[in-house]
Design a protein around this ligand. Structure first.
Ligand SMILES: [Zn+2]
Length: 449
């Protein structure tokens, strides 16, 4: 492997507290050094990064690659290429495949496929229960030995409190987290979107915030009981965020993640409005006639997009450190899954290719500082994974690097996605901030023409 010199970019590496203009030298797949000016070695390839941001490759704790079993929605090949296009170099694959990732064999299959066909590093998450169906614990030790980096029945919560208790107890042996999709099913049942004025306006059965709040509260109580390690997947409500904040203050081993869409869109996206960015004239919006854009199935996701106040609480949670990581919950579906009534449509958004652009909206609006945003996409998730070698540009670390133009404006064209999942409510909208190159272990795995 050769040398690569990335010249003149704004280097932001929150793990080292670094934010400076300079050069990055990569040699034999690792970061060799960062300095104000590095002379070009004789045979080094050069990338001109002036006007761009150079940062550690993004790490995603939560995505659905759909393989094995749902290759019509996504494959490891297409999902990892979409990740690379979005600036991600390490992604954690959720185990709700078919068969589910509840055995050594399936974990091994995913790892081998990722090695052979993947564009980025794939870390598998193993099931909490056999088949992910919540009845009986999976062989968690075996899954950890096979390479699982955490346990989850994502797509479903671990509904049975006693099974969750056991999972948290066992997980302490591996030091890995139980990642719960926090939702009380009795409150969720039949719901298709957030319960609030928008669901009333549209006549859709809602899912109340308390569905999530109750489960997060239960899991924190069980974490205290067991001394286990609990990670709340894709938090969506201000109340559950507050519960996590309190649990952290009490010294419990509790972490959480939030998605780009829950940070940037409210349930008003289902009205065909642009959500949090829209006018604040609540009364006008409530009584405005519905347009053809209403019942937007591409904004149907689980947990649902919440009210504007929750979106704002989550942004505060980023700033005060309650939220450990931004995770995409990339959930690709095929066309027919969304070309139906709102009630029938599948939950999920294809996120990889819009994550940075949508999050940069928070930076351009002056609501979040850029280094903080990058922290939650790099060193934050690396800490969760216990991987000091990832999410940093320190000397000797694998050269996983993302270069992006923070000011490039572009129009989302879902048909042009690398992902098989074209399901995004952002289709046709303008985003500002775009990845120009993604480097994995010194190799360019994505670059704009
Ligand atoms: Zn989930």
């Amino acid at each position: 492997m050769g040398q690569l010199l990335i010249k003149g970019g704004r280097i932001i590496d929150p793990g080292q507290g670094m934010d400076r203009i300079g050069d990055v030298l990569v040699e034999d797949g690792v970061v060799r050094g960062v300095a104000e000016q590095i002379p070009r070695p004789d045979h080094a390839e050069v990338i001109d990064a002036s006007g761009k941001v150079v940062c550690p490759g993004f790490i995603d704790l939560h995505c659905h690659l759909r393989e094995p079993g749902f290759e019509d929605k996504e494959t490891i090949a297409t999902g990892t290429r979409a990740a690379a296009k979005g600036g991600f170099t390490t992604i954690c694959a959720m185990p709700n495949t078919n068969p589910a990732m509840d055995s050594w064999a399936v974990i091994e299959y995913v790892l081998r496929k990722a090695r052979d066909e993947g564009a980025v590093r794939v870390l598998p998450i193993g099931c909490v229960t056999k088949g992910g169906n919540g009845q009986e614990l999976a062989e968690m030790g075996e899954l950890a030995d096979a390479g699982a980096v955490g346990f989850s029945d994502d797509g479903n919560p671990v509904a049975d409190s006693n099974i969750m208790r056991q999972a948290l107890s066992y997980s302490t042996a591996q030091g890995l987290a139980v990642i719960n999709h926090c939702e009380d099913h009795a409150l969720f049942k039949g719901g298709a979107m957030n319960e609030g004025w928008v669901s009333n306006r549209l006549g859709i059965k809602g899912i109340p915030n308390s569905s999530e709040d109750i489960m997060v509260s239960r899991d924190i109580a069980l974490t205290e009981l067991t001394g286990g390690r609990f990670h709340a997947a894709h938090l969506s409500t201000g109340t559950s965020l507050g519960l996590v904040r309190q649990a952290k203050e009490r010294g419990l081993n509790v972490t959480c993640e939030v998605t780009p869409h829950h940070l940037t869109l409210s349930d008003e996206a289902i009205l065909g409005l642009s959500g949090a960015d829209d006018t604040n004239h609540q009364a006008e919006k409530r009584f405005a006639p519905l347009t053809a854009a209403a019942y937007e199935t591409r904004a149907k996701v689980n947990p649902p997009l919440r009210a504007t106040a929750d979106v704002e609480a989550l942004v505060e949670g980023l700033k005060d450190g309650t939220i450990d990581a931004i995770a995409t919950d990339h959930a690709p579906h095929n066309r027919v899954d969304k070309l139906c009534t709102f009630q029938e449509a599948a939950f999920g958004i294809s996120v990889f290719e819009t994550a940075l652009g949508s999050l940069m909206g928070l930076v351009h609006a002056g609501r979040v500082e850029l280094p903080l945003l990058i922290e939650k996409l790099t060193i934050g998730p690396a800490r969760f994974l216990g991987r000091p070698d990832l999410g940093t540009l320190k000397e000797g670390a694998p050269a996983d690097i993302t270069i992006f133009d923070p000011d490039a404006e572009w129009i989302v064209d879902a048909e042009g996605f690398v992902s098989k999942g074209k399901n995004t409510p952002l289709d046709g909208t303008t985003l500002k901030g775009r990845v120009v190159a993604t480097i994995l272990g010194g190799e360019v795995v994505y670059q704009t023409q």
